[in-house]
Design a protein around this ligand. Structure first.
Ligand SMILES: C[S@@+](CC[C@H](N)C(=O)[O-])C[C@H]1O[C@@H](n2cnc3c(N)ncnc32)[C@H](O)[C@@H]1O
Length: 266
C-alpha cells in the first residue's frame, strides 16, 4: 500500500481520483454555472447553444439580467406552445427559470408554472430571480425529472428546454411526463438528438454528457420511445443542425436541435 494511505483506513484507494458519475458531473457543472450567473459573470457558451438568440426582444425585456444570463436552452418552447390563461405548466430542468417566467406571464394569475431541477444552485437562483421580478405564480422544486413527485394528471402543458438529453434514462422521463399530464394534455420539448450513433469515446466522456452531446439520442430512437409510450400526434415543430462546440468536426455535423409537440390521448 502507498505510504500516504497507511493510516487513513481507505484500503489504498485514491478516492479523490475516482471519476464522478454523470449525474454528479451535471450537478457540479450546472452548479458552477449558476454561481457565475449570480455574480453576473457571463456564462461561457458551454453547450454550443446561443440560447438568448432563441428569444425575441419582447421576451427579453420581461426578464432580469440574471435570468437571461442563466438561459441555456436550445430552443424556445414557450413561444410555440400556445399557452392559455389559467393553465398549469411544468418545466423539466428549469435551470435559472427563463421559460418558467415567460410561461407565467401567459398563464396569468389564474394559472401556475412549476419548475423542477436537480441542481440546488439552479433552484436557488431561479427562486431568487422570481422574487426579484415579483413573479408569484411560479414554484421551483429540487428534484429529478426521472422521478417527479406526485402531480398525477394535473399538468396541461409540459415544457423542457435542452434537458432530457442529459438524462441516462429517457424512457423513465417520458413515462413520468405521460403520468403527470392531464388526459388531452400536451408537451412541447426542445432537445438534442443525433442522426448517427456517436462513438464510445464521446459516450463515455462526462464533459460531452454535461455539454448536451453524449446523451443525445438517435433521432429515430427518440421518436420510437414517444410512440411506444402512447403519445399521439407527435410533430416536429423545428429541426436544425446545432454544430455544438464541445464535439469534434467529424461528429458535430450529425447533431440536431429539435422542438417536438405531442399529446396524451383523452
Ligand atoms: C442545459 S440546462 C437548461 C436549463 C433551462 N431549461 C434553460 O433553458 O435555460 C440543463 C438543466 O437541466 C438540469 N438537469 C439535468 N439533468 C437533470 C435531471 N435528470 N433531473 C433534473 N434536472 C436535470 C440541470 O441541472 C440544468 O439546470
Amino acid at each position: 500500500m502507498n505510504d500516504s494511505h497507511e493510516n487513513c483506513g481507505c484500503g489504498g484507494v485514491d478516492f479523490h481520483i475516482l471519476p464522478m458519475s454523470i449525474d454528479e458531473a451535471i450537478v457540479d457543472r450546472y452548479g458552477k454555472i449558476a454561481s457565475q450567473c449570480k455574480e453576473k459573470k457571463l456564462v461561457p457558451d458551454s453547450c454550443g447553444c446561443h440560447s438568448v438568440n432563441f428569444y425575441n426582444d419582447d421576451n427579453l425585456t420581461e426578464l432580469s439580467e440574471e435570468t437571461i444570463l442563466s438561459s441555456m436552452g436550445n430552443g424556445n418552447p414557450v413561444e410555440i406552445s400556445e399557452i392559455n390563461p389559467g393553465e398549469t405548466v411544468l418545466d423539466l430542468g428549469s435551470g435559472g427559470g427563463i421559460d418558467v417566467f415567460l410561461a407565467a406571464n401567459k398563464v396569468g394569475d389564474t394559472g401556475k408554472v412549476i419548475g423542477i431541477d436537480m441542481t440546488p444552485e439552479m433552484v436557488s437562483i431561479a427562486q431568487s430571480n422570481g422574487r426579484k421580478m415579483g413573479i408569484n405564480n411560479v414554484i421551483f422544486k429540487l428534484g429529478r425529472i426521472e422521478t417527479i413527485t406526485e402531480l398525477d394528471e394535473s399538468i396541461d402543458l409540459l415544457i423542457s428546454n435542452c434537458v432530457i438529453n442529459l438524462s441516462n434514462n429517457k424512457d423513465l422521463v417520458f413515462n413520468e411526463i405521460f403520468r403527470v399530464l392531464k388526459p388531452g394534455g400536451r408537451f412541447v420539448i426542445s432537445d438534442r438528438v443525433t442522426e448517427k450513433q456517436l462513438p464510445e469515446e464521446i459516450l463515455k466522456s462526462n464533459e460531452q454528457w454535461t455539454s448536451c452531446v453524449a446523451g443525445a439520442d438517435l433521432k429515430s430512437r427518440y421518436l420510437e420511445r414517444l410512440h411506444d409510450i402512447g403519445y399521439s400526434n407527435v410533430e416536429i415543430l423545428r429541426e436544425e443542425f446545432s454544430f455544438p462546440k464541445a464535439v469534434d468536426n467529424d461528429h458535430k455535423k450529425y447533431i440536431k436541435d429539435l422542438t417536438l409537440r405531442a399529446w396524451k390521448p383523452e
